[in-house]
Design a protein around this ligand. Structure first.
Ligand code: OGA
Ligand code: NI
Length: 361
């Protein structure tokens, strides 16, 4: 389709804008009044006292059955009530996590010409980008990113991954393999917790033939952080996301009822969240929860979002076992390839996409 060949307007790198020393942000980044964040660090607020659950995954290997049951229960509640949780003792090498943060920070610090060599297009989104969606005149978010395909192997092209820093490609491959293993473990836990066969979700995703990709988000310093967002409210369209947040700067906010709860990252933890496809498969027992990112005027922020998705060609629909007379199927079947077209066209719009899948009654 034509609209996916090029961006509708010239691309401006947010990092370049930020580095130029402007004191007022361009109109395009200024959100409507009702969409702006409320940054009031001095006003104590209920939302500051609550946080997403933290779960110790080493408990899954405990010899004590009550410990194992307990951690399954914690994950179950987190998936139902928050759609988000942090995991510690997850088995991913801490030094590798640290190196990934460092190498991607270094990438974004490279001269602009080096990064421009990877400038992306809306056809695949692969590479260095500064917007989501191709709607002309749309409000933009205060962030740049690097997007790469990890799986299936047939779409992996390491030549499209950064050449510099020189360790980048090797690190990404090692990191991706470890994260795939962690996702496989969580898929089993989610299946069991939903009352399904242990391998149900994995099979529904295509078995070994899943899709995975990495988006590294770069949020430059912003002179007017109260007027804009680093990332607009959205739910993740895929299966599940493992987010490695910045270890110095917070920014992620998760919707909980009427509040936006700021996540305080725990050292060496991953933030796990349920995406739209697991919401559909679970017939909405699990929710893919809306989240957004706020920015600040003091320090840039880097985060790594690893998306674990169904194979793009398999229709995704509620598990038969979770469809009953009392709980009819809430969604119509759709492949992930068809599903993600929506975001590629329109950018981030809260939860409007998964809502639009609702079966007519
Ligand atoms: C995302 C996302 C959050 C963050 O990339 O989908 O929600 O903290 N990122 O950068
Ligand atoms: Ni997200």
């Amino acid at each position: 389709m034509n609209c996916f060949q090029t961006w509708p307007e010239p691309i401006v790198r947010v990092q370049t804008l930020s580095d130029s020393g402007i004191t007022a942000i361009p109109e395009r980044y200024i959100k409507l009044l009702q969409d702006r964040p409320t940054l009031s660090p001095n006003t104590p607020h209920n939302a500051d006292l609550i946080s997403i659950p933290t779960i110790d995954l080493s408990d899954l290997q405990s010899d004590d059955i009550s410990v194992r049951c307990n951690v399954l229960g914690q994950i179950s509640s987190a998936c139902r009530e928050w759609g988000f949780f942090q995991v510690v003792n997850h088995g991913v090498n801490h030094a590798l996590m640290k190196s990934m943060r460092e190498v991607w920070r270094e990438f974004f610090e490279l001269p602009i010409e080096e990064k421009q060599a990877y400038a992306n297009s809306p056809a695949t989104y692969e590479g260095y980008g500064s917007r989501l969606g191709v709607e002309k005149g749309a409000k933009l978010d205060w962030s740049d990113y690097f997007f790469l395909n990890y799986l299936p192997m047939s779409v992996r092209d390491e030549n499209k991954w950064p050449r510099l820093p020189s360790s980048c490609r090797e690190l990404v491959a090692e990191y991706g393999d470890e994260l795939v293993r962690l996702c496989e473990k969580l898929m089993k836990v989610f299946s069991l917790n939903l009352g399904l066969e242990e391998d149900y979700l994995q099979k529904a995703f295509g078995g070994e033939d899943i899709d995975a990709c990495l988006r590294v988000n770069f949020y430059p310093k912003c002179p007017q952080p109260d007027l804009t967002l680093g990332l607009s409210p959205h739910s993740d369209p895929g299966g599940m996301t493992l987010l490695l947040p910045d270890d110095q700067v917070s920014g992620l906010q998760v919707r909980h009822g009427d509040h936006w709860v700021t996540v305080k990252p725990i050292p060496n933890a991953f933030i796990v969240n349920i995406g739209d496809q697991i919401q559909v498969l679970s017939n909405a027992t699990y929710k893919s929860v809306e989240h957004r990112v706020i920015v600040n005027s003091v320090k840039e922020r880097v985060s790594l979002a690893f998306f674990y998705n169904p194979n793009g060609n398999i229709p995704i629909q509620p598990a038969q076992k979770l469809v009953t007379e009392d709980h009819p199927a809430l969604y119509q079947a759709m492949t992930y390839n068809d599903y993600r077209m929506f975001i590629r066209k329109r950018g981030l719009h809260g939860k409007s996409q998964v809502e639009s899948l609702k079966s007519p009654h």
